[in-house]
Design a protein around this ligand. Sequence first.
Ligand code: 13P
Length: 258
Amino acid sequence: MRRNILAGNWKMNTSLFEGIELFNSIVEKSYSFSDKNIHFIIAPPYTHLATMDANRLINLSLAAQNCSKNENGAFTGEISVDIIKSVGAKAVIIGHSEIRQNFNEKNSSLKEKVDVAIGKGLDIIYCCGETDKNRNQNDQESVVENQVSEALFHLSYSDFGKVIVAYEPVWAIGTGITASPEQAQNIHAFIRGLISNRFDTSLANSTSILYGGSCNSKNAKDLFECKDIDGGLIGGASLKADEFIHIATTLVAAKDNE
Ligand code: 13P
């Protein structure tokens, strides 16, 4: 059985005080999920990580929103995997479209980040997804295939087991427009097929593939009822504890009914 995962990407939001309040509130509301098939991942700003004790819950861990491909040294403003590990995070988001766009990140550079992160024992949430221009040209599958294969398919079988894939169509991020369940399911199944072709069906079936892009408590049910959508990478709606927990309840219910 693969893991259902609900991840909150807080992006550049919350002061330290607000972040601690939000984290504590999510932790308190998450206790009731301890016997369910759901794992929570919280990715706050780097500065908050050391103040958050993720060991309070077995089914919750912390992630950084990015990492450097360099191990250490004179890289002003960057954060290494070792620093991320030293503050208790167990995972890192790699390849978010905002970083791809704002810093012109290429799959080749993301591949280096993947290697450093996995080599040092972090799990990764690897983001992929097409722009609206790609989709208008019906190029979504080839774009996603390149993103996934160029940065991940050199990994060994066992290292790929540390990868969570997040499909985040760029046109749906922060726009209030969500991919339809059919659009999302099609790409999720496509990604699972790529993993199956590269490795095998068993690894493909055990890889969690999350949907991200304006997912909230209203549209979560229809998305999570799709068989290849194993949870969400949530932006805006992860900044309110009640809303985030509502989405978690929806995820558990949708998968219980499968
Ligand atoms: P929104 O949920 O705000 O659209 O953001 C999605 C996202 O980018 C998560 O990484």
